[in-house]
Design a protein around this ligand. Sequence first.
Ligand SMILES: [Zn+2]
Length: 411
Amino acid sequence: MAKRDTCVYCGKPIVKRSREHIIQNALGGLYESEDICCDECNNCVISKKIDAPFTKTFNPIISQIENFVKTNNKKSQPTCTGKAIYENKVYDVIIKNGKVVACPEISKKLKCDIAKLKFEILAYDFPIENISFKNGISKIAFNFALEKGIDVSVLRKGVEVQKNGEKVENVLFRFPVIPFVALNPMDEYIELKTNMELYHNLILFSQGNMLWCYVDLFNTFQYYVLLSDEWDTKKSILETYLQLLQKIDRTIPELYIRKPKHILTYAMFFNVEPCMDLHEFRKRVEVAIQKESLKKNMSDVLSAKLGYDYFDIDKIKELKKEDARSYLRNEMGFHLNSLRLYFDEDDKLKDSTFRQVTCIGESNNVVSYPLLIDKFVRDGTIDIRQYTYKKFERINAFLAGIDKIRVEDDN
Ligand SMILES: [Zn+2]
């Protein structure tokens, strides 16, 4: 792909190329592009006004992830707010390093050291509704589309660049953002019943005159971003990206390089810029190999999640004859249809449908996923908070090391 010559924000020619992470580096994003904006817009506007307030939201999660991939991760212990139970009552609390350190409501009543009370943490607060959160999610979708060759003019409507004369002062992303909610049994199964794995997942896809990007961070924060509603219906695009967030728990294989030309081969293969210091060069190649090992094929990762427990056979056994019959007719039909929608005969995930469309129970119509969620939210059919709460619960349990949803015995 030809390199972009001008910065997408200020429009000036890119003189000094700046590495911009598609998903913020502070969130462990390893995917970089030098093709999006100039050095000044990146360092003075985007990283300060979009990335910093956005990534701060995730501190409570990041600080708890073992072997987090971001290399310059300082062992900081940020405080955050959340909800916790004490003596059967739910309180607003302040949490630090997985422990409740303050609770204003109890402090008023009791004069004691809050840290000594036995709280059970229910959830962390996430300001999903605020502007910086939406900006951050939208920027990821915008970056991914640009990196995959979408012309900036297609995306222009959703980006407001505020200038003072020539100088860019702020950028606001105005793309509509719709939270993801699992609306079919297959998605419920994948998201809530299979092993929790920490990853970021992006899916860029066109649907009629719409261009969407599905953004999934930490396998928990899941959104659709509508990038354009004037997409050329004759063109179709589908791009996916999936990256694991924990360093793979094994020793990095030693690089045996007998001849200098071998390291050049590796460097070319992994797109590493050569340098004169051979020790430094070798280190760069090793880092590139490590990074590469975290990039996964979305279809492979999700196909591996499909297990025999998808159909709840035990439930059928428990049902009375009549109920079982109607369960088989209605529920199982829905189960089977959503299975067929996503997986082919070899149990391999179909990239072309996953998270783009869903089937509706009785009629078994296949419809646009984001548009159906939007409709259901508008007419009050679903409550988004129920699903997001379940996802929070899962990541909290996973981070606390108590992800016991699946029995370990897998044979
Ligand atoms: Zn610029």
